[in-house]
Ligand binder design. Sequence first.
Ligand code: ACM
Length: 478
Amino acid sequence: MRALTKQLGDVIPVPASVRPITDATFTIIRGTGLTCEPEVIGVAEFLSDALEKATGHPVPIGPGGAIRLGLDPSLAAEGYTLEITADAVTVRGGTPQGLFWGVQTLLQLAPDLPGGVIEDAPRYEYRGAMLDLARHFFTADEVKAHIDQLVQFKINHLHLHLTDDQGWRLEIPGWPRLTEVSGGPGTGVDGAGPGFLTLDDYAGIVAYAAARFVTIVPEIDMPGHVNAAQHAYPSLTADGQPVPQRTDAEVGYSSLVAGKEETYAFVEDVIRTVADLTPGPYLHIGGDECLSTPPGDYRTFLSRVLPLPGKYGKRVIGWHEIAAVELPENAIVQYWRIEAADENTARAALDGRRVIMAPADRTYLDMKYDADTRLGLDWAGLVDVRRSYDWDPADRLPGVGEEALLGVEAPLWSETLRSVADVQYLTFPRLPAIAEVAWSPRAARDWESFRGRVAAFGPRWDAAGVAYHRAPEIDWPR
Ligand code: ACM
């Protein structure tokens, strides 16, 4: 039987170090106040709002509060300590970001915080989720609400897949037909996911994410996955002839043309625009599944395009197919397939390139949980919660060990999605599992323990209206 009383370590991701002190508990009650150092007022306001929502009474910020927030520069940047006694709760972060993660831990334990000390810091600096806006568009407000769900599990990057064969979802000045035509009615898989982000929408998402210490990673997928761009601008096709809109879920049939200067004028304009709009360090150029791009053309194209994010101040990320070509020094390779080994990714790692691990058979949130799952795909197999939890990124690919890994990402492709509820159903509870893989020390992870801890989120998700999957391997409380 699962104990009803919350223990100090009942947190996802499980913290690096938990030292309980028996029988001391701090309870947040009406009148509990919050005190902070001036540098972290933003985090204090976030916590005050969140506690008011959770408890129904205000938790005012001012002197003498029993909840205290501050910085401790001796901690890792994203590290934090949380100390709970009967009289006070003290959270300190290495930076405001570390403090924000400590606040997430506090919120998971509230309102009755068991006494003790948590000392915590992440295993990987890149802990990502991806949302595909191309196959089905989600509005800026929907993306923001999704970010609120993700940060609870200390996810710090949201990769937005903004363009694909079925839709182009980000306004690009000078190229109005990209969004007027390929973001308009009838776009998306089965024509059911129209829409696009205006410049203001995108800036709003970036700012909302930044206020929650999340970096937006924009992806413009090329040279494949470009039918929406070519449909909008026939000058981007080989013969300059229009191509029809496509709303099926085929892949690999479209390609930018490596031998045409119009291609590079377009690509550079888009990359410059996206770089200017994006304060974060990364720009993802896709590079996957270029089945209709001859290998020589793929090389030619990437040799010209891989340096462009760097030219505009960004670090380039690509799906691991890019590792077939010579990469810029600081390029990042995102592994996504299900093979037991990948020579090119291993060579890139040996050459000092960092790798984001996102193997589809563990991290793809669009895989079905089981054969009966109404949504999702199964080309990478069925991925139940345990499968998404019980693996280690440093063991996944020979030649790609701990030191090569920048982090872990959980992509959600949207071919079968039609609503936010669909997003939530495939995301929860697998995302918390992958978040724990990305944050927690390997030695602290344990499936039986995770299984118990994740069950406690059922009532929270119910209360928040989050349409999570009641996975049968979890003993959800009634
Ligand atoms: C991918 O799933 N094509 C990156």
